[in-house]
Design a protein around this ligand. Structure first.
Ligand SMILES: [Zn+2]
Length: 282
């Protein structure tokens, strides 16, 4: 297998010295139980595959991007009672991310994308804090939110269900146990309506929520579904990488509206002011 110049672990100093890399990609996964039929490394296999394929397409389109080795441990505070669910606290994650970003900063790499593949990882607060201290543009995308899974899958459970099983059947079929061995991934939902409806939030205590560690029924999974969905995600992430590689981190916003159009828009909106923040809540 020839070395891929967009995968840092396969790349030599000679290539690095000769390449003006624009964007570094840090895949972030988790090590955790995935029902009875998927391996503990599922999040890492998925995230590394999507990072590598998106980087390949971006590289072929001329963008100089490089995938860093994956951070294979995630935030698992709701699964501490399940053997080998290996937890990093968010504060540890912040320290690791900070060290890596400061390395890149000193070396002149100006853009870092975190490609997150684990729901317990929440990088936004970490980025808000770290961005004040490094001259590297920081951003995050959760690959499982890049395209609408409802267009591809019948059952939208969020852990080891139809989606993850389909992806694994596509990218690492030898590691998927027969679906006859899988649990049903049935979820016990919160009794309190606000938590159930999602507008109030608390982390889930996994062993109380699921008997088999899965949430979502994997039985309708197929390799074909996994391939279709994965390529849609990869395609979209690769376009983001190409756009980001070409962008000037100090000039990321659309042109300011003229005084006239700004006035007209504020009349249409019924209010002026900073409208950027509330979107983060979605
Ligand atoms: Zn997973």
């Amino acid at each position: 297998m020839p070395a891929r110049p967009y995968i840092l672990a396969e790349t030599t100093w000679k290539t690095v010295r000769e390449t003006a890399y624009e964007v570094a990609i840090l895949p972030c996964g988790a090590t955790e139980a995935h029902n009875y039929h998927l391996p503990y490394g599922t999040d890492n296999f998925e995230c590394e595959h999507i990072a590598a394929e998106a980087a390949r397409l971006a590289w072929d389109a001329g963008a100089r991007v490089v995938v860093l080795p994956i951070l294979p441990f995630g935030v698992q505070t709701g699964q501490l009672d399940i053997p080998f669910c290996l937890n990093l606290y968010p504060s540890t994650q912040a320290a690791v991310l900070g060290d890596l970003a400061r390395s890149l900063d000193r070396q002149g790499v100006r853009k870092l994308v975190i490609l997150n593949g684990h729901g317990g990882n929440d990088f936004r607060a970490l980025i808000r804090e770290l961005q004040a201290h490094v001259n590297v543009f920081l951003c995050v995308t959760n690959w499982y939110q890049v395209v609408d899974a409802a267009d591809y899958f019948e059952d939208l459970g969020d852990h080891a269900g139809e989606m993850e099983t389909s992806i694994m059947l596509h990218i690492a079929p030898a590691l998927v146990r027969p679906l006859s061995e899988a649990g049903e991934g049935r979820e016990r939902r919160f009794r309190i309506a606000a938590l159930r409806e999602g507008w109030a939030w608390a982390p889930r205590q996994w062993t109380q929520v699921s008997a088999d560690t899965g949430i979502g029924d994997p039985r309708a999974a197929s390799r074909q579904k996994g391939e279709r969905y994965t390529s849609a995600v990869v395609e979209r992430v690769s376009r983001f990488l190409v756009d980001l590689a070409a962008a000037d981190p100090h000039d990321l916003y659309e042109q300011r509206p003229t005084a006239h159009s700004a006035h007209r828009r504020s009349l249409q909106d019924g209010a002026a002011g900073d409208r950027a923040e509330p979107r983060d809540g979605m």
